[in-house]
Structure formats: structure tokens, C-alpha cells
Design a protein around this ligand. Structure first.
Ligand SMILES: NC(=O)c1ccc[n+]([C@@H]2O[C@H](COP(=O)([O-])OP(=O)(O)OC[C@H]3O[C@@H](n4cnc5c(N)ncnc54)[C@H](OP(=O)(O)O)[C@@H]3O)[C@@H](O)[C@H]2O)c1
Length: 295
């Protein structure tokens, strides 16, 4: 069985490849698709077929997908409104044109018609349902890993973890999303199933603040702010408006409880328990020194 992974040059894509290889899938049965094949020379050296695959180049993508039976579509990273849904439709159409049998798409928890980040996932799911291909949807919670994009540094310097409501949320380690996706790719079946990959418990902002505080031996408390203050903080950190809109929309959806989803799907799919936030932070504490040194 030949397995394809789009976005193989990204962090999630790389971890999916590593899980497939570690799980015993022969390298010659894996096709890694990326915009920049040179970046994946180490996988090519192991026998993985590395091919150019860019959602913005659908004809080239359809050629590269030929011979693939099960394809993982990893969502693209461009958060400018109106970009991602057409990119993902290109990927679905290319898969169909190439004769791919089964598409596995990594969507998001809380997908709905609203801000573009969420809408693009909804429209991709709808394109897949309408495609006639066999499908599996893996909706992921928000990564624990996102905390390293400013929240941990802020929490450790200000002692505060800002949020707009005390609502709980099912976050997840990126590594568990990768392990679950690899398990789905390597097995047969799962046609027509929608999974939610999350950590083992829902976390309130107070829980997140405590976990950060415990991991680094500092006092950190959740602080409730307005949505305007929340978005203002992101803008003050230098993020462009479309990223502020996307992250602000995630917080608004979280505050309403739409990310308050916890399942055991990671364990069902991989056979091992999903990481807790505390375990994740313990395993990534070294990043604090690396990030500090980079500034
Ligand atoms: N749940 C969460 O909390 C969360 C957080 C961050 C991101 N995400 C989403 O999950 C995806 C994977 O996460 P990650 O951590 O691996 O992010 P990442 O390291 O930033 O990777 C970005 C991904 O986007 C792909 N990509 C960008 N433009 C593309 C195009 N034109 N055609 C095909 N692929 C394209 C990249 O593929 P190549 O470089 O190989 O071409 C790569 O896989 C992200 O792209 C984003 O949609 C989710």
C-alpha cells in the first residue's frame, strides 16, 4: 500500500513521516509531498519518495499523487482570508484525478462557518464528503505547542496567562496528532469516520496557567481580559492583523465552549495515552533556554 503525506516539510508532516517509519511502514511505500523537496533529503536517503507537491500547482500535484492509495492532507499554513479553502479544494481534486482511494484530512475542533480559519476547514471537509473518495477526518484540538509562541514567555515574565473566559478546552500535543494520523494512514479502514484528537482532559485557562507555573517553578495566574484587550495584546506583540483575527477567533470560539471536546481517540488510534499538558511541558522545558538564547 502506498501512503502519501502532503505538507511533509512542516513540523506535523515530519512527525507523521517519523511515526510511519518507526511503526515499520517500509520507506518505499511512503511518498512525502512538499513545496521544497530539497528540505527532505534526509528522508529521501532513507528510501522515502520525496516529490514536489504544492496545493497552488494542482496539475503538478495530480501527477505527483499518482499511485498513492491513502493520502494524508495536512492543512496549509497561510492564514490570509480566502487562501486556504481553494488550496485544499485543489488538493482534493488532484487526489481524485490521480486515482487516490482514501483521503485523511486534518481538520480542526470547532470547525464552523465563521472566521476564515474555521470556515476553510469546514469547506475542505465538505469538498471531501462531496468528492466520492473514501475519507477519514481527524479534527485536532489546539496544540499545546502553540504556548511556545509567546504565551509561556509572557506567563513567566508577567505571571499572567490572559484569556477572555474561564471556559475549558481540549488541547493536544502536536506529536499526538502526528501519531494518530500515522496510525490511520498505516491501517486499512476508518472509512467515513470523524475523530477528535485531544489531550486526556479539558483545561481551563487557570489549569494552563498552573501547569506553566508548575513546570517552571513560577507563580502564574489566569487573567480574564476583554476580547479587545486580548487582540490588542497580540497586535502589541507585532502580529499582523490577519493573524490577530485568526488567533482572536480561536479564543472567541474557545470562550464559547466550542473547543471543550475531549476524547480518547489518540489512545484508540495509537494504543497509548495522549500526553497531558504537564507531561508535554516537562518534555519541552529545554525550549525555554533555546528561545531565551535566540533573543
Ligand atoms: N491545531 C493547532 O493548534 C495548529 C497550530 C498551528 C498550525 N496548525 C495547522 O496545522 C498545519 C500543520 O501544522 P504544523 O505544526 O506542521 O505547521 P508548520 O510547521 O508551520 O507547517 C506548515 C505546513 O503548511 C504546508 N503548506 C504551506 N503552504 C502549502 C501549499 N501551498 N501547498 C501544500 N502545503 C502547504 C507546509 O508544507 P511544505 O512546507 O512541506 O510544503 C507545512 O506542512 C498548519 O499548516 C496549520 O494549518 C494547527
Amino acid at each position: 500500500m502506498t501512503i502519501g503525506v502532503t505538507g511533509a516539510g512542516g513540523q506535523l508532516g515530519g512527525q507523521v513521516l517519523d511515526n510511519l517509519l518507526a511503526g515499520g511502514v517500509p520507506a518505499k511505500e511512503i511518498v512525502a509531498l512538499t513545496r521544497d523537496p530539497a528540505k527532505l533529503a534526509s528522508y529521501a536517503a532513507k528510501g522515502v519518495a520525496v516529490k514536489a507537491g504544492d496545493f497552488d500547482k494542482p496539475a503538478e500535484l495530480a501527477t505527483a499523487l499518482q499511485g498513492i492509495e491513502r493520502l494524508l492532507i495536512i492543512p496549509a499554513s497561510d492564514l490570509r482570508p480566502g487562501i486556504r479553502a481553494p488550496q485544499h479544494r485543489n488538493a482534493v481534486n488532484a487526489a481524485k484525478a490521480a486515482g487516490v482511494k482514501h483521503v485523511i484530512y486534518i481538520s480542526t475542533a470547532g470547525t464552523h462557518r465563521g472566521q476564515d480559519l474555521f470556515t476553510s476547514h469546514l469547506e475542505t471537509e465538505q469538498a471531501i464528503y462531496a468528492s466520492g473518495l473514501a475519507w477519514t477526518i481527524l479534527r485536532m484540538g489546539m496544540y499545546y505547542d502553540n504556548l511556545w509562541m509567546g504565551s509561556i514567555a509572557y506567563a513567566l515574565s508577567a505571571g499572567a496567562y490572559p484569556a477572555t473566559a474561564g471556559t475549558a478546552e481540549g488541547k493536544v500535543a502536536r506529536s499526538d496528532v502526528a501519531a494518530a494520523a500515522a496510525a490511520l494512514l498505516a491501517a486499512k479502514g476508518h472509512d467515513g469516520f470523524l475523530y477528535h484528537v485531544t489531550g486526556p482532559v479539558a483545561l481551563t485557562p487557570a489549569d494552563v496557567a498552573k501547569a506553566i507555573g508548575d513546570a517552571f517553578g513560577k507563580k502564574v495566574e489566569a487573567v480574564i481580559v476583554t476580547q479587545d484587550q486580548y487582540n490588542g495584546g497580540l497586535k502589541a506583540a507585532g502580529l499582523p492583523d490577519f493573524v490577530v483575527d485568526a488567533i482572536g477567533a480561536i479564543e472567541a470560539v474557545r470562550a464559547k465552549g466550542q473547543l471543550d471536546i475531549v476524547t480518547h481517540d489518540v489512545e484508540h488510534l495509537t494504543g497509548r495515552k495522549a500526553l497531558t499538558l504537564g507531561e508535554y511541558l516537562a518534555s519541552t522545558r529545554h525550549l525555554a533556554a533555546a528561545k531565551a538564547a535566540a533573543h
